[in-house]
Design a protein around this ligand. Structure first.
Ligand code: SAH
Length: 452
């Protein structure tokens, strides 16, 4: 039987992909159905048929699968942010744990010990950062979220993954921006001014940064900033980043301060952490602190180690371990983040840390050539994973242990498989959910050098 577009089929969801699509099989043919749960007995409508699989949408739910709940968000069906608002958290964790294991099995062909997934203490209001795209809709300046696989903006200011105060700030800002004749950026025409409103809040400190990302500067129009600061005294940093490019990249090259300072400070694992708008900072602080603690436990430091922290951002992971090692070297490509890392060490009276700015691969290669022999290497790359030069240079330095931290299990499994070919065996994997309600999941791995 060949599946027909627009036809309705009765079936059952039996699996879940890493993207959060339920999977069912119709005559052996895999059909992916978003917003379903394993165990759902349902009718689906086929919307797209490809050579080896098809996509369907839920037409009628006949019997709900385990863990189904009514989505509590009014924009869940349109917004591209959340994937699992229709199942409870323990079900979501079960799915995530399953697809992390599948990924290591399928891509890495690795069979480490999978430790139980660690759920987040907070499943709502856990994010410390949001970047809201701005649009003019029906004569009103709005901001919100992109629809799935699209740049259509779904206006919404009350996202329950974000701190409540973000909504208050947005609701204050949008009318005053409109009154000040600030126009919304139009991506198609590449006209208009305001592209994104970017907010960040220190989880422990409560300090807030507001950054306007614009196509052309709007600073002369923002005469309401003193009033805003008075209404929201937590907002201690107001910046603008002009990004004139036709690009999906949100931030421009530079950031200028409009009021207050160009950073906020938070604490992480007891250390003072300064963060600039350009610096990466884990979005779920409380859970990231637990993630770092697991990484530290995996490293099992004895006190005299040389620790190399690659892709170190503002230095947060390495600094959380500095008191347990002899020396820490961090490497990061964004200059402002490196500057933050150095200040963060200083402000926390950490004197055994050094940070280099540059590409992880290039710097690691140089360090390997200089016969640097770290005992432990931490790798926490962006979603695309590590490049071969970085992996090869780490292998050349022959550390005893490699701790990988990754927000993308697929590239992480791929990279661990390369390490496995170079005598580094993945011993343990622990999924740590930093991103409740979304399809994303972090994991932390221990790789050990096999002694010959
Ligand atoms: N370990 C940090 C940051 C992890 S995110 C933390 O836990 O907060 C990944 C980091 O890698 C980002 O800071 C990003 O700027 C940096 N990065 C991306 N490409 C890089 C490269 N080629 N070389 C070095 N750092 C890079």
């Amino acid at each position: 039987m060949l599946l027909q577009k627009n036809e309705i089929y009765e079936t059952e969801i039996t699996g879940m992909t890493a993207e959060g699509n339920g999977v069912c099989r119709i005559d052996g043919f895999a059909v992916f159905v978003p917003m379903t749960a394993i165990g759902d007995k349902l009718k689906i409508k086929i919307v797209k048929v490809l050579k080896n699989y098809a996509f369907g949408i839920l037409h009628e739910l006949l019997t709900p699968g385990a863990g189904r709940v009514d989505p509590d968000c009014p924009v869940f069906r349109q917004c591209g942010g959340c994937t699992f608002r229709h199942v409870d958290y323990s079900t979501e964790l079960r799915y995530k744990s399953g697809f992390v294991q599948d990924t290591f099995d399928r891509i890495g062909k690795l069979h480490p010990v999978f430790e139980p997934i660690l759920g987040s203490p907070e499943t709502f209001h856990y994010r410390n950062k949001a970047q809201y795209p701005v649009a003019m809709q029906n004569g009103k300046l709005v901001c919100g979220f992109y629809a799935k696989h699209s740049h259509r903006i779904i206006p919404y200011t009350a996202c329950s993954l974000h701190p409540e105060i973000f909504r208050e700030i947005l609701e204050y800002l949008l009318p005053v921006l409109q009154k000040a004749y600030v126009s919304a950026y139009d991506e198609q025409a590449h006209t208009g001014e305001l592209r994104h409103i970017y907010l960040r809040k220190g989880y422990h400190s409560g300090e807030i940064m507001l950054c306007f990302v614009t196509r052309v500067s709007i600073r002369k129009k923002l005469n309401f900033l003193p009033a805003l600061k008075e209404k929201f005294p937590e907002v201690i940093s107001i910046c603008e980043s002009v990004n004139p490019a036709k690009t999906n990249v949100i931030m421009g090259k530079n950031v200028t301060v409009l009021a207050g300072q160009n950073f906020i400070t938070d604490t992480m694992c007891g250390n003072q952490i300064r963060i600039s708008p350009q610096s990466f900072y884990q979005v779920n602080t409380a859970q990231a602190e637990k993630l770092y603690a697991i990484a530290k436990q995996y490293a099992d430091f004895q006190g005299n180690e040389l620790l190399l922290d690659l892709y170190c951002g503002a230095g947060t992971i390495g600094l959380s371990m500095a008191d347990s090692v002899k020396k820490l070297i961090g490497v990061e490509i964004i200059p402002q983040a490196v500057e933050n890392a150095r200040e963060n060490a200083q402000r926390s009276q950490i004197t055994n840390a050094e940070f280099y700015c540059g590409d992880a691969g290039m710097i690691t290669q140089k360090l390997a050539e200089q016969s640097l022999h770290p005992d432990v290497v931490i790798l926490d790359p962006p979603r695309k994973g590590c490049d071969n030069i970085t992996i090869q240079s780490v292998v050349n330095m022959q550390p005893d242990k490699i701790i990988m931290v990754s927000c993308n299990p697929a590239t992480c499994a791929r990279d661990s498989a390369i390490f496995a070919k170079n005598n580094y065996i993945t011993k343990k994997v622990k999924a740590v959910d930093l991103f409740p309600n979304t399809a994303h999941c972090e994991c932390v791995l221990l790789l050990s050098r096999q002694k010959d």
